[in-house]
Design a protein around this ligand. Structure first.
Ligand SMILES: [Zn+2]
Length: 203
């Protein structure tokens, strides 16, 4: 797999089981090279969902912090969470007064949102047509690192945002102290799911 900048050349940073973590020589972006025999997991499965149900209180606190951060820039308006999971961020945004909705490609997650949290999400992949335009706030929370082409998704979001709209992106920090200390044992590597490993410098 090439880097999203188009370059192929890279240096090996380290290996973790049969995966390689490499850095692009052209743009410094770090990425996972997955062995061809392993199938990459794209969307939520039942195990991922059960974590949100068991730790609902903790996740709500985390998501409320994101909503509080957004409140510093926008007090109200339309709010779309792309890759909404089981919908807890959407629910926290609604509680804070936003006109919030969520898009989620995993049917299991959409069903869990309805069953456990009474939150209705749109079951679809994100495209320009999948939302009512224009939107005041778009959130991509722990989504970008999964996508084959993150730049294309950001370009599409630019087309659906209001002129003064806000895009909020949350990703694991590959440049964090925990990542540097733990290397291949860092829990946010999640190599069967994460293609890209961002730092503050190359995000
Ligand atoms: Zn690159």
């Amino acid at each position: 797999m090439r880097c999203y900048c188009g370059a192929k050349d890279h240096k090996l940073l380290f290996c973790a089981s049969s995966y390689q973590i490499v850095q692009c020589l052209a743009c410094d972006q770090v990425r996972t090279i997955t062995p061809s025999k392993i199938e990459r997991k794209q969307i939520y499965n039942k195990e991922d969902i059960s974590v949100y149900i068991e730790k609902e209180v903790m996740f709500r606190l985390l998501f409320k912090r994101i909503v509080d951060f957004i409140k510093q820039y926008k007090k109200d308006g339309t709010f779309v969470d792309i890759g909404a999971g089981v919908g807890l961020l959407v629910d926290e945004a609604r509680r804070a007064g936003f006109d919030a909705s969520g898009i989620e490609p995993s049917l299991s997650a959409v069903r869990a949102a309805r069953k456990f949290f009474h939150i209705q999400l749109l079951h679809t992949k994100f495209t320009e047509k999948s939302m009512k335009k224009p939107v005041d706030i778009v959130v991509l929370n722990h989504v970008l690192e999964h996508l084959p082409n993150p730049h294309a998704v950001i370009r599409t979001i630019a087309n659906v945002l209001e002129k003064d709209g806000l895009l909020v992106i949350g990703v694991p920090n590959f440049g964090s102290i925990m990542s540097l200390l733990k290397k291949s044992r860092w829990q946010s590597l999640v190599l069967d799911q994460h293609r890209w490993h961002f730092t503050q410098k190359n995000t």
